[in-house]
Write a protein that binds this ligand. Structure first.
Ligand code: 3PY
Ligand code: MG
Length: 269
């Protein structure tokens, strides 16, 4: 079974927290993998990450216990083939609008006769040919998560989730709020209501559902609402919020007085 799908099925362990990796850096990907995050999304939709970076980031993550998911830039059979060849085995598809589009996503990930994935003898996916069973085993080991990001897709969520091969859904609150005419307002009550409804509908149909949270409090709230997994921000987001907090403290008058007696040379910087 695909390791990410298996982790989602392990309800006892609680909802796994992940983060987006947008910095296109294998070093950062490896560091996040060593930080304790259970899983992370290599984001090839909204970052400079291309095939070479995906390959190198997967190599780096492979040295850590963290489970990688790769978000493909689009539901495109050729791009999907290249990303699978690079060794990705769990894919996140943005903007899936219908059951037909979900079927197209699944087909792109399956070798014939089930699908249309092209075959190459020396891909990283087959350990450069060393995995003799690769072509027979690969179809059963791919995990697919599809993103629901518009009201049209929300209407279809049960049909999309029921497509054989779809393992989980993920609500993208940024695009969802934009397509609801509430640009930049993922926290708007109307958007939050749609998220809560989706969680209820997916619980009823037994489909794991996840979404994006900007803070740990929001992540906890989503878990309480029934979300099965949550993405906390991104590597860049976590870096920038920590940088901004540090600068705000530095610039805040009276910060010295509040600071107490910190270690002037921290053991890790
Ligand atoms: C979105 O919010 O639209 C995303 O794709 C990421 O969560
Ligand atoms: Mg989106």
């Amino acid at each position: 079974m695909n390791p990410f799908v298996a982790r989602l099925a392990d309800k006892q362990a609680g909802p796994p927290l992940g983060t987006f990796l947008m910095s296109a850096s294998p070093l950062v990907a490896e560091a996040i993998g060593c930080s304790g995050f259970e899983w992370a999304i290599v984001d090839a939709e909204h970052s400079p990450i291309g095939i070479a970076e995906i390959t190198h980031m997967l190599q780096a993550i492979g040295c850590t216990p963290m489970l990688p998911v790769v978000r493909v830039p689009w539901n495109d059979t050729v791009i999907v083939k290249r990303i699978l060849d690079a060794g990705a085995s769990t894919l996140l598809f943005p903007f899936v609008q219908s059951a037909e589009e979900a079927e197209r996503a699944v087909r792109a990930t399956r070798y014939p006769p089930e699908g249309q994935r092209g075959m190459a003898g020396l891909s990283r996916a087959s350990r450069f040919g060393a995995l003799e069973n690769h072509f027979r085993a690969a179809n059963d080991n791919i995990g697919i998560v599809v993103q629901i990001e518009t009201p049209q897709a929300v209407d279809q969520i049960e049909k999309i989730a029921a497509v054989p091969g779809v393992d989980a859904v993920f609500i993208g609150p940024t695009d969802l709020s934009g397509s609801m005419g509430l640009y930049g307002q993922g926290g708007h009550p109307d958007v939050q209501q749609v998220l809560a409804d989706c969680a209820g509908r997916c619980a009823a149909s037994g489909t794991p559902i996840g979404t994006l949270a900007g803070t740990i409090d929001a992540a906890r709230a989503f878990a309480r609402q029934g979300f099965d997994y949550v993405v906390l921000a991104s590597d860049l987001g976590l870096l920038l919020s920590s940088a901004r907090t540090a600068l705000a403290q530095w610039r805040s008058p009276g910060a010295d007085a509040q600071a107490g007696a910190p270690d002037p040379v921290p053991p890790r910087y």
